[in-house]
Design a protein around this ligand. Structure first.
Ligand SMILES: NC(=O)c1ccc[n+]([C@@H]2O[C@H](COP(=O)([O-])OP(=O)(O)OC[C@H]3O[C@@H](n4cnc5c(N)ncnc54)[C@H](O)[C@@H]3O)[C@@H](O)[C@H]2O)c1
Length: 387
């Protein structure tokens, strides 16, 4: 029986996928796999039984990735599972920046005791006039899971969309609407667009990418949307640009002391992925990743081990080996199987940084002595017999 521990509430639509071979446990120390959202795991002593941690979400800074890799614990996340939730919030951000829904609604609340509010509202409405999105230019920086969805949706709103991503994946390119103009110089977005939205990961190369220089190139009255990470934007420079009227609105999902009271900033509380559907999608993806790893040894969407997928085992035996990414490992593994006359029918070995993962399909099941000999090899972290 495989024991699953949830460190945070995980949506039932995901947990219901576990078959009778799995049971939930309250005891972390006996868990084979852990499902987690925001619980901080850095100070937790990982039990020897633990094989996998799945984060229902994208960010994994609450998990000690390298430590887990050294102990042979695969850490998964659920990339793209919340992309639609974020996309819809970005669209809402564009609408809120164009139509003064917030100001208009506040006026109604402020005038709630006015018996003639129906009439006075008609007079007040001119103060809350806006503009439409159709016909405006949107620049999308980063065409991954979220950026592609935002770009495609905006084309259906009648916007002209420019996309920039020098590292676009094949999936990203396939999914991108052909109505999105793929540009190769991000400055074209700064100079031409009425709305600019960023969907890049936080890296040394992207930190502060929307800086004073980038803002100075933007059209007067441009709107900047940041539903990715706050420090991608130089928010001091953004505050000055808002005050000067250079930027009309800064839409951000990251409340912090700099933007909380910033004139022209419309700030939310990191709610991009806070939808029932995103949480359901993350739970389903996390549970499927854990089950595929436990039952078949396949690794998909890991952040500390390479992705290796050999499907469902069809041969007599399957063994997986987590090992250090150092010379001469594979030849030693094959020698162990050869010494017992076990034929390897198929194998895949991939590395990610210091760590590597191998799946071997065998024509006869691996013997206990074979597994013992593999475990003895210098550089081997964990050996599992799947079949
Ligand atoms: N607000 C929220 O609640 C919320 C939720 C989920 C994700 N996010 C943020 O959104 C970001 C994007 O998420 P995603 O799922 O689309 O990620 P993703 O990995 O699918 O896409 C990121 C894209 O950015 C591109 N990129 C990297 N460096 C670039 C650069 N310098 N210029 C242009 N493009 C570059 C990559 O090639 C990739 O296509 C995440 O990193 C995360 O910080 C926020």
């Amino acid at each position: 029986m495989t024991k699953i521990k949830c460190l945070n509430p995980i949506a039932n639509i995901g947990l219901d996928l576990f078959t009778d071979n799995y049971e939930m446990t309250d005891n972390f120390d006996e868990a084979d796999a852990v499902l987690v959202r925001s619980a901080v795991m850095h100070d937790m002593e990982m039990p020897a039984s633990l094989k996998a941690i799945a984060r229902a979400g994208a960010g994994v800074n609450n998990i000690p990735l390298e430590d887990c890799a050294k102990k042979g614990i695969v850490v998964f996340n659920t990339p793209g599972a919340n992309a639609n939730g974020v996309k819809e919030l970005v669209l809402a951000g564009m609408f809120l920046a164009s139509r003064d829904i917030i100001g208009s609604n506040k006026w109604v609340a402020d005038n709630k005791d006015d018996e003639n509010i129906a009439k006075t509202a008609e007079k007040a409405k001119k103060n809350f006039a806006g503009t439409e999105l159709a016909g405006k230019k949107l620049g999308v920086i980063g065409l991954g899971a979220i950026g592609v969805k935002v770009a495609n949706a905006a084309t259906h709103l009648g916007m002209e969309v420019l996309g920039y991503d020098p590292y676009i994946s094949i999936a990203g390119a396939w999914n991108l609407s052909r109505n999105v103009k793929h540009i190769s110089n991000v400055e074209d977005i700064y100079k031409e667009c009425d709305f600019i939205t960023i969907h890049v990961p936080l890296l040394d190369s992207t930190k502060g990418m929307i800086n004073e220089e980038a803002i100075s190139m933007m059209k007067d009255g441009a709107v900047v949307l940041n539903y990715a990470r706050d420090i991608l934007v130089d928010e001091e420079a953004m505050g000055k640009a808002l005050k000067a009227g250079k930027i009309k609105h800064y839409m951000t999902d990251f409340a912090n002391p700099t933007v909380a009271d910033m004139e022209g900033a419309i700030v939310t509380t990191h709610i991009g992925a806070s939808t029932e559907e995103s949480e359901d999608n993350c739970a389903v993806m996390a549970v499927n990743e854990v089950m595929d790893f436990i039952e078949n040894g396949n690794v998909k969407n890991s952040v500390n081990y390479p992705n290796v997928d050999m499907g469902i085992p069809s041969k007599a035996g399957r063994v997986t080996i987590m090992h250090k990414n150092i010379p001469n490992m594979v030849s030693q593994f094959t020698a162990v199987f050869a010494s017992e006359n076990i034929n390897i029918s198929e194998m895949t070995d991939k590395s990610k940084g210091e760590f590597a993962y191998m799946i071997l399909d065998l024509d006869t099941p691996a013997s206990a002595s074979c597994i013992e000999n593999l475990e003895k090899l210098e550089g081997v972290i964990k050996v599992r017999v799947i079949k």
